[in-house]
Design a protein around this ligand. Structure first.
Ligand code: BG6
Length: 509
């Protein structure tokens, strides 16, 4: 297949990036890894680009005793490691906006102390009422912290927001209980349920691609599309996260959120505007149109598997069960593949094949739309098999971009055909690295834009789709299939798609 380049045409780039207003971030779980690696580094990048307001502060809250100075030092170290282009003057200014407070999450006195500290530093930095509470703690602490924020009257100002990390519940019941406990203290317009996939540039581009061009939407339906494949493959294993992963598994960790969110963007109806609730209404409708799994026929529609030992990128990898802190008889799935249908006029009977797994051959994420083949070959000596269907790929990882495959005449003999690939890579075309997805999401939260955050009904509908599967797996005597670490695919996953006469796309970096 040959690559064809792309360039920026016409009037070039039209951007509308806005600086946030005055704002204070209160981060629970501030001494944790995620906060430093993702959150603080992303906030610093926004600060360096002038996108945070000069009236700004971050208050880290955690159990560990740390002084403001220690918190600043730890943060400085991570930022220096992770940021390529760094101005030391900017870093100094940023570090001076950082504070820390230690306490016990279940003690009301902790929240009173937080309240006083917020008042004190808000006055110093002239921040006003735009305070964001960010929960980066284990999920069992969500209701505890939320209740105390309510009791301490820290949730009641209209501009206050709360950001909740995943996992948001572990089934329909726990997700709706969590929603109820949040909504006792905050209104839905204050709640930001984060899914970092929605901050990825290509994921956001799906809507612009679909709805800012007139040539794709007319063919974006069952008349022209044969099937859709969504893949999130990872070559890494579970690392040090066994304690979390053993109780989660791939369906909860990746499928319920990232995979289904990508499905909604690829398949939803046009929203009436690019406003948060118009988009979220359509996403919600789409999820409600998904055909429920029939528990007695699960095997034909969804399979789970777990990695055994193998070789990943030339290195020996242990099986999931041999990972540190994983039970010898664990049935936790590290891979899920599913065939799903959206029962609406646009998609009736178009299969959506979706898979996600750890310890696969490569880290690779894409949404691939495969169009129907031409019905007839008019070219003597070129059969239908020589004319593969057009495929449009939103490539999300490793490089972000869009690829369109099509047939064209090859120079030479009269009927010589080859498949070309129109390949657009963000980094090559725009000459910049993609911003970390947290940057987009955090900026939107500061601006009060909920478009890329998940709404209560969407979360609950996605759990409603998957809870019967989780229950069936939990009650089943059978174990997940096993695949060798480093595999690209394996028979049980292949059967799911090959029984329909189709094939998984290659997973390649
Ligand atoms: C997280 C999951 O949400 O996403 C992890 O908890 C997973 O298990 C990660 O590794 C993948 O994110 P990304 O952006 O690296 O594809």
């Amino acid at each position: 297949m040959q690559d064809v380049g792309l360039s920026i045409a016409g009037q070039g780039i039209i951007c509308a990036e806005i600086q946030s207003g005055p704002c204070g971030f209160v981060v629970f779980g501030a001494s944790g890894d995620l906060v430093r690696r993702k959150l603080l580094v992303s906030l610093f990048c926004l600060f360096q680009q002038g996108l945070t307001n000069e009236h700004f502060f971050i208050l880290g809250a955690g159990r560990k005793e740390l002084s403001d100075e220690q918190f600043r030092k730890d943060t400085e170290q991570v930022i220096r490691e992770k940021t390529k282009e760094l101005s030391s003057a900017d870093l100094d200014k940023f570090l001076n906006m950082l504070y820390y407070i230690a306490g016990d999450y279940s003690e009301p006195s902790f929240y009173n102390a937080i309240k006083s500290k917020i008042e004190q530093i808000s006055t110093k930095h002239q921040v006003g009422e735009n305070i964001i509470f960010y929960l980066s703690v284990p999920p069992f602490l969500y209701p505890v912290i939320i209740e105390h924020l309510g009791l301490a009257k820290l949730s009641c100002r209209q501009k206050t927001k709360i950001v909740v990390e995943k996992p948001f519940g572990r089934d329909l019941q726990s997700a709706s209980e969590l929603n109820q406990s949040i909504l006792k203290c905050f209104t839905e317009s204050q709640v930001y349920r984060i899914d970092h996939y929605l901050g990825k540039e290509t994921v956001q581009n799906i809507l612009m691609f679909r709805f800012a061009n007139s040539i794709f939407e007319p063919v974006w339906n069952r008349n022209y599309i044969d099937h859709v494949q969504i893949t999130i493959a990872e070559s890494d294993g579970i690392g040090h996260r066994a304690a979390y992963y053993e109780h989660s598994g791939a369906l909860r960790d990746m499928f319920q959120n990232h995979v289904l969110q990508m499905l909604t963007l690829a398949a939803m109806e046009p929203p009436i505007s690019f406003e948060a609730d118009s988009i979220r209404d359509e996403k919600s409708k789409l999820l409600k149109s998904i055909r429920p799994f029939i528990v007695d026929e699960l095997d034909q529609h969804i399979i789970r598997a777990q990695y055994g030992e193998g070789m990943v990128k030339g290195k020996k990898a242990v099986s999931y069960k041999s990972e540190h802190s994983v039970a010898d008889n664990s049935k936790t799935e590290t891979y899920v593949a599913a065939k799903m249908f959206v029962d609406n006029p646009r998609w009736k009977d178009v299969p959506f094949y979706m898979r996600t797994g750890k310890r696969l051959s490569a880290k690779y994420t894409e949404i691939a739309i495969t169009f129907k083949q031409v019905p007839h070959s008019m070219f003597a000596s070129i059969g239908l098999d020589d004319m593969p269907a057009n495929v449009l790929v939103f490539q999300i990882q490793p490089g972000e971009g869009i690829i369109l495959n099509f047939q064209a005449k090859h120079p030479g003999s009269k009927t010589c055909i080859s498949t070309l690939s129109m390949n657009f890579k963000y980094s090559e075309l725009f000459g910049t690295e993609m911003p970390e997805s947290y940057q987009r999401l955090l900026l939107d939260c500061m601006l009060g834009d909920q478009t890329l955050y998940t709404r209560q009904d969407t979360i609950e509908t996605s759990w409603k789709i998957l809870t019967p599967v989780l229950e069936a797996w939990q009650n089943s005597n059978t174990s997940p299939f096993e695949y060798p670490a480093g595999a690209e695919s394996f028979p049980a996953a292949d059967n799911l798609i090959e029984s329909d006469g189709r094939k998984w796309r290659k997973i390649s970096e």
